[in-house]
Every structure is written in structure tokens, then in C-alpha cells.
Design a protein around this ligand. Structure first.
Ligand code: KIV
Ligand code: ZN
Length: 392
């Protein structure tokens, strides 16, 4: 069976930008949209046009600028929202309206003070209304993660009847377990009449740290789109991290799923988003964190120097990181010190290394990390410096 493509729907500029303090201006959004295209995402959710004049303008500018990706605008199931989104998307080569409504008991009862039947009618009406403007309409069932599966299937059926091309199944509160979320997607694949006319999309939040696992479980069970953000930015604990799901699918060919993401662009995209949002990624962030390819314990450093794959499952170049870092700390061994000394120009014999290593350890015990400039100083202060100079 040939591998199937998973569409990557990037919502950094919409769900990601909702983070307090991360607001981007129009110029910044255009720069990021340009990089998202270069990265190869299939869909760029550019914003929520009705939410503010600034967001409207940014979506309109992105719609005009983007050449290959679908450009999407979010709406509530409200005609005015849809009118405004259609207007913002009018210059897009491939426009998509993303409309929807809450479907869990708590949304229906407390947010809408409505009934299940009325919500189905509103879902149908919103999709049908959006179809007047664009062919490509995505429907979201907000809080689908906590919505009863049988009822969710009826809502999805109505959205498909109205012409939805994509059905977004958000785990809005990040509540689901991976098995539960996967089972939900499987249930919809098996029980929604007309499901072949639309694709199912995973939109997972990270409140319990399960967004990536849930999205992967979703595609394993039949979803064909993942909604995600660069660096996993997003409300509260964030959204599914694009770089994580993309690399999981790439590193596990047995899943028979692929994306069109140009993975060597991942690191620079991550840096760009973090720079413009003003938020540093945590050092231990998978794939793009500063320590993702750094090795500091002696045993690991020795293994990596002998063969990178001993402690690395990804070639750093595959995600745009130039090389693995051998970080020198008091936990490092002789192999790492010899390796880094060679990089800065000193070829050490075994005996010289023993001597320099003693000096290194007493220095490293007082520092968190030993830098290249420190290596020069350590070697200069060792007893064998003059001998080393002659050989190197
Ligand atoms: O998390 C969510 O439910 C959403 C929808 C508005 C798509 O972001
Ligand atoms: Zn969301």
C-alpha cells in the first residue's frame, strides 16, 4: 500500500497568536506566512477576520501574498463573521472558510443556552452559508473531545450534507487520552454517512501534555489533516507542535504516512516565530530546543563521537541544525574534551589529554559549561602546554 499524505494546517497566526503577549503586527505576520510557505505547509490559518480590523487586514494581506498554500480564516457560526471572512479572503488563490460551533453538553447548555437539535441546525446553516462564497469549507465542532461520539457523528453528518470539505475534531481543552481520541476518529470514520466526501482533521491542545500523541493517534485512526503551530505555541499549554508531528511521521515510515514539509527549514522557522513572538523555546523542547542535539554526559558524548546514532534518532541536519553539540561540563569525559580541543586546534596525545583533563575538571567544577575560549585557557595553564604547541 502506498504512503498517504497528511495535510499540515498551520494555525500559528490564529490559535498560536492568541497567547497573551505574543501579538504580531501585520508585517510580522506576512514574514511568518512567507516562511510557512517555504516550509511547505498545506494550509495557513491566517486569523479570525471579524475579531478586529487589524486581524482583517492581516488576513487580507496574507491572502494576497501567499501563492501555493490554502489560506484560511476562522469564523463563528454567524453570518456576519462569514461575510467578513469571505471579504478578507477574496484575493486568496485557494481560500478556505473555517466555521463552527461548540458541541459538548457544557457548550450547548452554558455557552449557547441551546439544545442539541438547534446546534445541528446552526452547524448546517453556517456551512451552507459559507459555501455561497467558497468551495472549501472546514467545519469545527468545538470541544469535540468532550462531545458524545454518537451526537458528534450527527453534527458531522449535517456539516457534510451542507457541503463541508473538512471536519475538524478539536480536543479544545486537551482532555482526551490518545486511545480515546483515536477511537473518536475511528468512530466517525465508521459511523458518519457521507464521510468519504470530507477529510477528518485533528486539532489538539496540550493541557495534559498529550497534544502530539493525540494528533498522531488521530491520523493512525484515519484523520488526514493535523492542525498545529510552530513551537507548539497556543492558548494555555499550547497546541500540537508542528515540528513534532512532522518528525514523528518522518522517523516512523512504518506508519505509511507522510507530509510535504521541508524539514531542513524547521529550525529556522522555529527561530523566526520565537523571535517575532518574543518567546524563547524551552531548551529541552523536542526537535527545535537548544539542547535537542546537545550531549553533555561523558558516556553519551563518547557514544555520539564514535557513532552519532548511538544517542540520536534524528540527523540534526534533517531539521536544519548544523551539527550535534558536545557540551563540556564537569560530567564530560576525556573523549569529549579531546573532540572539542581538536575543533579549536589542539591535537592531544593520550598522556597530554590525561594532564589537560585534570586541569579541565577543576575548572569545570566551578562553571556550568566550558566554552571554546575556556579550552584555550585550560590548555595554556596546563603543564604540557609547550609540548602541545609543537604538535598542534
Ligand atoms: O481549540 C479549538 O476548539 C479551536 C477552534 C476554534 C477550531 O481553536
Ligand atoms: Zn484551538
Amino acid at each position: 500500500m502506498s504512503a498517504e499524505q497528511i495535510q499540515i494546517f498551520d494555525t500559528t497566526l490564529r490559535d498560536g497568536e492568541q497567547v497573551p503577549g505574543c501579538k504580531l503586527n501585520k508585517e510580522q505576520k506576512l514574514i511568518i506566512a512567507d516562511q510557512l510557505e517555504a516550509l511547505g505547509v498545506d494550509v495557513i490559518e491566517a486569523g479570525f477576520p471579524v475579531s478586529s480590523p487589524g486581524d482583517f487586514e492581516a488576513v487580507a494581506a496574507i491572502a494576497k501574498q501567499v501563492k501555493n498554500a490554502t489560506v484560511c480564516g476562522l469564523t463563528r457560526a454567524v453570518e456576519h463573521d462569514i461575510d467578513v471572512a469571505a471579504q478578507a479572503l477574496k484575493d486568496a488563490k485557494k481560500p478556505r472558510i473555517h466555521t463552527g460551533i461548540g458541541t459538548s453538553d457544557s457548550h450547548i447548555k452554558y455557552k449557547f443556552k441551546s439544545t442539541q437539535e438547534e446546534i445541528i441546525q446552526r452547524a448546517y446553516a453556517a456551512v451552507a452559508y459559507a459555501k455561497r462564497y467558497v468551495e472549501d469549507v472546514e467545519f469545527y465542532a468545538e470541544d469535540a473531545g468532550r462531545t458524545d461520539n454518537a451526537y458528534l457523528a450527527r453534527v458531522c453528518e449535517a456539516a457534510i450534507k451542507a457541503g463541508a470539505t473538512v471536519l475538524n475534531i478539536p480536543d479544545t481543552t486537551g482532555y482526551c487520552l490518545p486511545e480515546e481520541y483515536g477511537a473518536k476518529i475511528k468512530y466517525l470514520k465508521e459511523n458518519v454517512k457521507g464521510i468519504d466526501k470530507a477529510i477528518l482533521s485533528c486539532h489538539c491542545h496540550n493541557d495534559l501534555g498529550l497534544a502530539t500523541a493525540n494528533s498522531i493517534s488521530g491520523v493512525v485512526h484515519g484523520a488526514r489533516q493535523i492542525e498545529c503551530t510552530i513551537n507548539g505555541v497556543g492558548e494555555r499549554a499550547g497546541n500540537t507542535a508542528l515540528e513534532e508531528v512532522v518528525m514523528i511521521l518522518k522517523q516512523h515510515p512504518g506508519l505509511n504516512l507522510f507530509t510535504n514539509i521541508k524539514t531542513p527549514q524547521l529550525y529556522q522557522t522555529s527561530q523566526l516565530v520565537s523571535y517575532h513572538m518574543g518567546v524563547n523555546t524551552q531548551p529541552n523542547k523536542a526537535i527545535v530546543g537548544a539542547n535537542a542535539f546537545a550531549h553533555s554526559s561523558g558516556i553519551h558524548q563518547d557514544g555520539v563521537i564514535k557513532n552519532r546514532q548511538t544517542y540520536e534518532i534524528i540527523d540534526p541536519k534533517d531539521v536544519g541544525v548544523t551539527e550535534s553539540a558536545i557540551v563540556l561540563t564537569a560530567r564530560s569525559g576525556r573523549a569529549a574534551l579531546a573532540y572539542r580541543a581538536k575543533l579549536v586546534g589542539y591535537e592531544l596525545t593520550k598522556l597530554q589529554l590525561d594532564e589537560v583533563y585534570r586541569t579541565f575538571l577543576s575548572f569545570a567544577d566551578q562553571q556550568k559549561e566550558v566554552q571554546d575560549s575556556d579550552i584555550h585557557r585550560i590548555i595554556e595553564s596546563s603543564k604540557v602546554y609547550s609540548e602541545i604547541l609543537i604538535n598542534s
